[in-house]
Design a protein around this ligand. Structure first.
Ligand code: IVH
Length: 684
């Protein structure tokens, strides 16, 4: 009797495997990684071995390969396209077990010499049979179920690596070349980058890129995909005088016919040389230009291959020896952000640790909000993680059916991080940009080094001698946090730095001192405002004439400047709206940084022109000086006491009698946000 739960489990496994089969083979859209699929399949096989009465004719274990897409015509293979036995023991024991089996089957003893093998790579793409008649490609077919495949000649013809005619004066009457259509990793990345830029769908992984392209119904679509091809064997052969007698010679002959064969292959004698090949390729796997999931060993002599024969469509003379999988399932435990040198907040998925591509992975970048939206990754999701080559681990997709209930909310960077996790400055997403950025460019620790290098650069404040290495030291030792701190460095602090002789310290001091006398354009450029380059800085300086006028400018004011569009205008307003930045600007001026100012070409009147404001209490982010500077820059006056003539009272926490008086007199009262809104409102 089969226990009820075992029967139910087998049924559930069959159903789940069939669903994945359909997604993989028919829709070309895998829902789980291969390793996970294999696990399900093996569990079902184990149950069916223990309870053979559970085996149904339609069990996924009872067939090889996939169901053919109806859309393509079918063709019966002249010689079946066999499958290959997989050695899942990724240690060297896998190779030794294969050699031991071969020797036993061939009746060899320890006294006999080592068996000659051919070792090659196991490519990760789509198996294809190319049929050449009299040297001309007449048919290309997928493997299908091994007996019958799909005719994909039109699509395969678009693969440049596949010769349409063999390069020989005396081709065999019939020659079937078997091999793999695959996609190189760089081609895959480039293709996806192009698709992404065009807002079009991307490929899940190179293997799927290859399989999906060949099984495209429209050859024009296939033609746009950068596919490659390697031959690894033969199918039907007729009329080939002097046909090779070993697998390696057959591949050499194909090379002679102009068919691409991967050069990473060699003849090996006995198990030791197979083990060495496996290890050598493992060490270089990441640097190969394409994905492999293992190596393949084949008995080299065709007569021995025939003697060994095959069992249930798997030849006894070949085995695939795997490497650790490059895709695995894991769970997203959290989504954090990292602030980069340029202030971009990059979302990072924190993952339950998972062993993939030979390393334990706990993080994967999610790039930006668009990427999160496209993949719809949420905290708690089960995801497919991929690590191939030296490429940083990435999330390929979400296993939707494993999403927790109730569904976790969509992840929105701006909602989770309204302020920068490094410095608390406001975070914005500029129009037309994928990136979310911290606006505290002058203040944020993550952006410090970048900001300082830019500030000191030749076209900005031109502080000679302040390069990478020095900035690293100054920041790492906590001597400098913002550009304003540069002006407080004394000779003693500088002389204490590595490779800094007294003389060079003195020179640097002098350069810093000299930089105090600058121009408005240089200063504006030095601030490192996003989208404000040298030319824009000059235009801004000419137009506004003074820094305060620039600080007070609204987006509309800014757009009156030559070449300044809405994005640049927005960047500038956001920069000066961030109190941390204003603070640094004030400190720079206090330190003595100065420049000649004038009225500018079109000095704006200022939204607060003629208005009197009174400040009281503690504002949440603005210091009193900064608030005053902003009001004055907008043309307003700050008075010490409230009267009927006061236009606004700006009140923070612990505001006392001035607030009471304003209320009594009916003077409008603003909080900090209200003040900011007022300053930003002009021209809107
Ligand atoms: S030989 C008789 N050699 O692996 C053996 N297959 O199940 C027939 N594959 O999908 C296959 N690299 O496309 C062979 N160097 C290689 C291979 C290779 C990849 C694929 C093949 C098929 C699967 C075999």
């Amino acid at each position: 009797m089969v226990p009820t739960e075992v029967r139910a489990r087998a049924a559930a496994l069959r159903e789940e495997i069939e669903r994945h089969n359909y997604a993989y083979y028919v829709l070309d859209a895998p829902t789980i990684p291969d390793a996970e699929y294999d696990r399900l399949f093996q569990e079902l096989q184990a149950i069916e071995t223990a309870y053979p009465e559970l085996v149904t004719p339609d069990s996924p274990t009872q067939r090889v390969g996939g169901q053919a897409l109806d859309a393509f015509p079918k063709v019966r293979h002249a010689v079946p396209m066999l499958s290959i036995r997989t050695e899942t023991d990724t240690s060297e024991a896998g190779a030794r077990a294969f050699d031991a089996r071969v020797r036993k089957e061939l009746g060899l003893t320890d006294a006999d010499p080592p068996v000659e093998y051919h070792a090659e790579l196991k490519f990760d793409g789509l198996a294809i049979n190319l049929r050449y008649e009299a040297g001309v490609l007449v048919l290309a077919a997928t493997r299908g179920d091994g007996e019958t495949g799909e005719v994909v000649t039109q699509n395969v013809r678009t693969v440049r690596a596949v010769p349409l005619r063999l390069r020989t004066a005396h081709p065999p009457a019939v020659l079937e070349v078997r091999g793999e259509v695959y996609m190189r990793r760089d081609d895959f990345e480039r293709y996806n980058a192009r698709q992404r830029a065009a807002g079009k769908p991307t490929l899940v992984n190179p293997r799927n890129g290859a399989a999906g392209s060949i099984r495209q119904l429209d050859p024009k679509v296939a033609a746009q995909r950068p596919l490659s091809f390697f031959a690894y064997g033969l199918g039907e052969v007729r009329g080939w005088p002097g046909a090779p007698e070993t697998h390696s010679a057959a591949l050499d002959a194909l090379v002679g016919f102009g068919v691409p064969v991967c050069a990473e292959r060699r003849v090996c004698h006995g198990a030791d040389e197979l083990v060495a090949f496996h290890a050598e390729i493992a060490a270089r796997r990441d640097r190969l230009p394409f994905d492999i999931d293992g190596v393949v060993y084949k008995v080299n002599r065709f007569d021995l291959q025939r003697a060994l024969g095959f069992v249930t469509r798997e030849p006894r003379w070949a085995v695939a020896h795997k490497y650790p999988a490059q895709e695995q399932l894991t769970v997203v435990e959290a989504i954090d952000v990292q602030v980069g040198r340029t202030g971009i907040l990059t979302p990072v998925a924190r993952l339950a640790p998972v062993f993939v591509g030979g390393v334990t992975v706990t993080n994967a970048t999610l790039h930006n909000q668009d990427e999160i939206d496209r993949k719809d990754v949420r905290v708690g999701d089960t995801v497919i993680v991929r690590r191939a080559g030296d490429v940083i681990p990435e999330i390929v997709g979400v296993v939707r059916e494993r999403r927790p209930r109730p569904e976790p909310p969509r992840f929105d960077i701006l909602q989770h991080y309204p302020t920068c996790p490094e410095c608390g400055s406001h975070v914005v997403r500029l129009e037309g940009e994928a990136a979310v950025r911290c606006t505290g460019g002058l203040y944020c620790p993550a952006q410090r080094k970048q900001a300082l290098l830019h500030f000191a650069s030749r076209r900005a404040m031109d502080i000679e001698g302040l390069g990478d290495k020095l900035v690293d030291q100054l920041v790492d030792r906590g001597l400098v946090q913002t550009p304003a701190d540069l002006y407080r460095l004394d000779q003693a602090a500088l002389a204490g730095l590595e490779r800094m002789a007294d003389k060079s310290a003195a020179n640097l001091r002098a350069a810093i001192e000299a930089s105090k006398s600058t121009t408005l354009a240089r200063f504006i450029f030095a601030l490192g405002i996003r989208n404000v380059g040298e030319a824009t800085a000059k235009d801004l300086a000419r137009h506004f004439g003074s820094l305060d006028a620039l600080i007070a400018a609204t987006e509309a004011d800014l757009m009156a400047v030559r070449d300044v569009g809405p994005i640049v205008a927005q960047s500038i307003v956001q920069f000066f709206r961030e109190p941390h930045n204003l603070d640094v600007v004030r400190k720079l001026r206090d330190a003595g940084v100065h420049w000649p100012e004038d009225a500018g070409v079109q000095q704006s009147a200022g939204i607060l022109a003629g208005k009197t404001l009174v400040l009281t209490g503690t504002l949440p982010t603005l210091t009193r000086e900064n608030a005053k500077a902003m009001i004055e820059a907008a043309g307003g006056k700050v008075a010490g006491s409230v009267s009927k003539k006061t236009d606004y009272v700006v009140a923070g926490s612990e505001a006392g009698s001035k607030l009471a008086k304003a209320q009594a007199l009916g003077v409008p009262i603003l909080d900090e946000a209200g003040l900011m809104a007022l300053l930003a409102s002009a021209g809107k």
